[in-house]
Design a binder for this molecule. Sequence first.
Ligand SMILES: O=C(O)CCC(=O)C(=O)O
Ligand SMILES: [Fe+2]
Length: 353
Amino acid sequence: MLTESLDVVDFVVNKGNGVRGLAEMGLQSVPNQYVQPVEERIDGAKVVSDESIPIIDVSSWDDPTVTDSICVASRKYGFFQIINHGIPTEVLEKVQAAAHRFFEMPMEDKIKYKRDLAASGTAKLGTSFSPGKEKVMEWKDYLSLQYFTEGIAAVDWPPICKNEALNYAKMVEVLVRKIYHVLLKGLNLKSFDKTKESLLMSWIAVNFNYYPYCPNPDLTVGVGRHSDGSALTVLLQDDVGGLLVRAPDRCSWIHVPPTKGALVINIGDILQLLSNGIYKSIEHMVVTNQRKTRVSIAIFINPAPHQVVAPLPELLEISGEKPLYREIVFIDYFKYFISKGHDGKATIEWAKI
Ligand SMILES: O=C(O)CCC(=O)C(=O)O
Ligand SMILES: [Fe+2]
């Protein structure tokens, strides 16, 4: 095997070649570091075809059918797709092309963004999820762009993709306000005001995910089982497919089919915590494939790092329920999330009372 004489971790992680570098070597099989234990592998039998994540046409945000569908999907599946959301297809295509351009640059041009070398704190290139902390590595490279202000992004982000990423992120911000407005109304809470806005959307990260074709899709994962540590996530996937979401039976998986022009929205752990478990942050994962490289763009919408987060008192007052989660500081939650490999729903369990 080509990789027999290769120090895989050194090549992929330390030298910054990523899994893209591995895939480009034309491997017949993946190195051992990428072989998942049997229980983490997905065979087709675990994916159900009689359930699907709703696709919601949001051309009219005030239509009660639309708002109901969003709230019902957020309670049941924790995931939905939206179409006619107002972000032009051209903007989506441009940001996807920009992500390809970034990863497909020669390694010498990308290396300055590598996590441990990056001069700027807001653009970081990495691979897998938590190399060194996880037992098995994930077949994915990523570029994480922290979006604080346009000015910082303009200086820090890679020129090859920054305009497209910024333009897209700004439009997503507008969309997210509309979604929050609907979700809070669905909890009978007062409108989405400035206080809620600062609680729910102060720290935004734009992640470009790059999943190269893989010689052993049945042995590997692109992303392992997890739920997002964010409050809300907006995901743009390309036409390759591979995102699986836990079905309501919590045993099988539902494939989220690529839908042209659609955005996948999912509830993150923080919104599950704030809503005292009403909106569900559902486990999901990404499978790899042998044919085609897949690119997705995930925008994580988070509280500010030092924000204190707990089940919303006004919600507990209305429902008379006891809090299911303790008070946490978001940065502590986030640090715990990345201190280990992906492990299903374990992070939010940590915040349970
Ligand atoms: O690439 C995808 O479809 C999902 C990625 C994901 O779950 C994540 O980045 O948290
Ligand atoms: Fe995720």
